[in-house]
Design a protein around this ligand. Structure first.
Ligand code: ZN
Ligand code: ZN
Length: 377
């Protein structure tokens, strides 16, 4: 029997579209940008909402130099945070890179999830099915003041930096990071909200016209999603990858796809999205982009590599790093079915078998591996 949570003492704010819940400091997320502060918490009501002590244990996949399934104490939500019971979570390349040393992270892995709110300051949120943005900002530093909370100097990032993640029965996140999942979006699809948002980030960073020639390098999880988002902007799109069955999935969606061994005209693409998950993709992107074209970099890997950067100087290529993106268009796309994520799920494992899930996720014949956390609840 769980202890009852204290009743909320503040009036929450909702965005007009009510999809984005913004209870703590009254932030409203402006489309395509950061956060606009419209209300603080003058009464300090949130501080008054005490967090009860939780004593139960939960199962989690922990990385502390090696991966192991362990029993940890249930996390205690700090003021302004919600406690989420995780239903399902997705394994991402970033998780695999963390195990190889990326970010030097130690703790519970996982940042793609769907769950149920177990506790929040607003009782109306309790029991709701949600997804959550992974960057937790301080709202005080210079970058937060510039409305760049994703780049907050003091940020923690779910399962990646300074905050335990989603491969566990429970996680905590600031309530302002939480988004309600439309009823029409199934749990397994909702797990894709975070990577799909990362695809929509590209459209916040550059304009893609229907006349633009776009090449997506990489036929993996992210490349597939990016291609599905960008094909809606230009039909002049080509995905280049190494795996015939993954390329066939794209062709099944009427997205042109070629094997990387096939000849492709050099220096012709207006935009190249590098989503190979390997640094070998960047030199290829430099070959394919036209002078004064744009390369969007999506790959993050554990080990740095040296590049000859004279070519992008000579060709005046614009290189844009691209990370996390807006959840709202991602949830909309899932709700409307304009992006197909179900075919990307290769396998499902229970949290208890998370080590097996990780091993599976490293294999070549795999796209998304889902952890079914509720099986262990
Ligand atoms: Zn990810
Ligand atoms: Zn900050």
């Amino acid at each position: 029997m769980r202890e009852p949570w204290p009743a909320a003492k503040i009036t929450p704010w909702y965005c007009p579209d009510f999809m984005h819940y913004t209870p703590r400091t009254g932030h409203i997320r402006a489309a395509g940008s950061g956060i606009v502060r419209i209300l603080t918490d003058p009464a300090g009501a949130l501080q008054a909402a005490r967090t009860p002590q939780r004593r139960s244990a939960m199962r989690a996949l922990v990385f502390d130099g090696e991966l192991r399934v362990a029993d940890l104490p249930e996390p205690q939500p700090a003021a302004g945070e919600a406690l989420v019971r995780v239903l399902k979570a997705g394994i991402c390349n970033t998780d695999l890179e963390i195990v190889r040393g990326y970010m030097g992270f130690r703790g519970v892995l996982g940042h793609e999830f769907v769950g149920i709110i177990e506790h929040a300051a607003n009782p109306a949120l309790v029991g709701k099915r949600v997804v959550g943005e992974i960057n937790c900002a301080c709202h005080r530093c210079a970058l937060c003041q510039m409305e760049l909370p994703h780049h907050c100097t003091n940020r923690s990032v779910l399962g990646i930096q300074g905050r335990n993640g989603a491969f566990a029965q429970f996680l905590t996140l600031p309530e302002e990071n939480i988004h309600l999942v439309p009823n029409s979006v199934k749990d397994e699809a909702a797990v894709f909200t975070e990577p799909l948002a990362a695809a929509f980030r590209i459209l916040e960073q550059i304009t893609i016209e229907s006349s633009n020639r776009v090449i997506v390098l990489g036929d993996g999880k992210l490349g597939q999603i990016v291609a599905q988002v960008l094909i809606q902007r230009t039909k002049n799109l080509l995905v280049v990858g190494n795996n015939e069955w993954k390329l066939e999935l794209l062709r099944g969606l009427s997205i042109p796809a070629k094997h990387s061994g096939e000849p492709i005209e050099r220096g012709q693409a207006d935009v190249v999205i590098e989503a190979t998950g390997s640094y070998e993709g960047f030199p290829r992107a430099l070959e394919l982009v036209r002078p004064e074209g744009t390369i969007i970099l999506k790959t993050t890997v554990a080990h740095p590599t040296a590049f000859d950067l004279s070519l992008p100087v000579i060709h005046e290529v614009r290189i844009i790093g691209s990370r996390c993106g807006p959840f709202r268009p991602a949830l909309d796309a899932l709700a409307r079915g304009t992006v197909q994520v179900a075919p990307l799920i290769t396998d499902r494992f229970s949290l208890t078998d998370a080590l097996g899930a990780f091993e599976r996720a490293t294999q070549k014949d795999v796209l998304k591996v889902i952890l079914e956390v509720t099986r262990d609840a």
